[in-house]
Design a protein around this ligand. Structure first.
Ligand code: ATP
Ligand code: MG
Length: 312
């Protein structure tokens, strides 16, 4: 497949989607590069699903430009669909069929000959550790297994771009880590991945670059560590003091911090080295009731930018 490596896999210019009266996606701009895991992080209703549904041709943009694999989604959606894989937010497997049959039926949509389809399906079932379940009915699979099967199905046509809407929502940590491993190994095989998530942990573990969305807009963009450095600082000192000492804590610590936020009942100060902040507080004789030194997170970034938590 001829392609210029410096060309974006997905390129959106002032991309907008309106549903009568409601602007679900509001003039967003972003570019996904070849071979990276790119994320859309944001709370419920931010516009993540709406954005990626436009990318995989389920929903036409209201206005703005959108190209996928260098092709305009308004004119070339059939050609695009042949070269991408999609794992939707809702499980849409055929529960009347077995694991293997689900893959074979889907392969048929892509015109993959029967014998090759079975080989490819078994190869993918091995990849996602479901080979021993090939003849199990889908109804009898756990949530994590269903998600893995959806992943295998999306890989049948050897996509260059794989799009996953909330790949691990509702899964336990073990099932989540297995999916993360598989997604990283796909990136190592040069598949470009685009994911949505409202788990900041998932975004920071997985994404090379991401955009944070809120209320239909992109509020910031970068790698996880760039976003943390830019909006807060690498480490956080989280403390709780008696209400009458709050002002003293702020007076002592804000001058030493790169950034400050009130989070619930705690005061959070950000700096490259948070234990230095703690020493400053102790030297000032500040009586602290609760203290936590930790790395800063994308949740801190989101709170800083919106005043809200990712999950309410
Ligand atoms: N088909 C539709 N018709 C009307 N409004 C819609 C439609 N699909 C989405 N919306 C609205 O668009 C906004 C963005 O929804 P979207 O599903 O893109 O959010 P999301 O970021 O994927 O959220 P979640 O984390 O809950 O999946 C919401 O206000 C939603 O109600
Ligand atoms: Mg969604």
């Amino acid at each position: 497949m001829g392609r210029a490596i410096d060309e974006d896999v997905v390129l959106a210019k002032n991309l907008t989607k309106q549903y009568d009266g409601l602007t679900a996606v509001n003039s967003i701009n972003f570019g996904v590069r070849w071979g990276e895991i790119f994320g859309f992080l944001g709370p419920n209703g931010a516009g993540k699903t709406t954005t990626i549904r436009m990318i995989y041709g389920m929903s036409p943009p209201t206005s703005g430009g959108l190209t996928v694999l260098g092709l305009d989604v308004r004119r070339n959606i059939r050609a695009i669909k042949k070269r991408i894989g999609v794992v939707p937010q809702e499980t849409n497997l055929d529960t009347e069929l077995s694991v293997l049959e689900n893959l074979e039926v889907y392969a048929n949509y892509f015109g993959i000959p029967r014998r090759i389809a079975r080989e490819r399906a078994m190869e993918l079932l091995n990849f996602i550790y479901l080979a021993d379940r090939a003849s199990t009915m889908v109804d009898a699979l756990s949530g994590g297994m269903k998600r893995r099967l959806l992943l295998a199905r999306a890989l049948l046509n050897n996509p260059e771009l794989l799009i996953l809407d909330e790949p691990t929502t509702g899964l336990d940590p073990q099932a989540r880590h297995l999916i993360w491993d598989k997604l990283r190994s796909l990136r190592d095989q040069r598949v470009t991945l685009l994911i949505t998530t409202h788990y900041m942990e998932e975004a920071s573990q997985l994404c090379d670059r991401l955009v944070i969305m809120d209320d239909g807009r992109i509020i910031t963009e970068g790698s996880p560590s760039e976003l943390i450095d830019k909006h807060v600082s690498r480490e956080a000192l989280e403390i709780r003091v008696a209400p009458e000492l709050t002002q003293k804590a702020l007076d002592v610590l804000i001058p030493e911090s790169e950034s400050y936020e009130a989070q619930d009942e705690n005061l959070v100060f950000f700096a490259p080295l948070a234990d230095k902040l703690l020493r400053t507080a102790e030297e000032a004789g500040l009586k602290i009731e609760y203290v936590l030194l930790r790395r800063s997170t994308l949740e801190d970034v989101f709170l800083k930018l919106t005043g809200r938590r990712l999950r309410d």
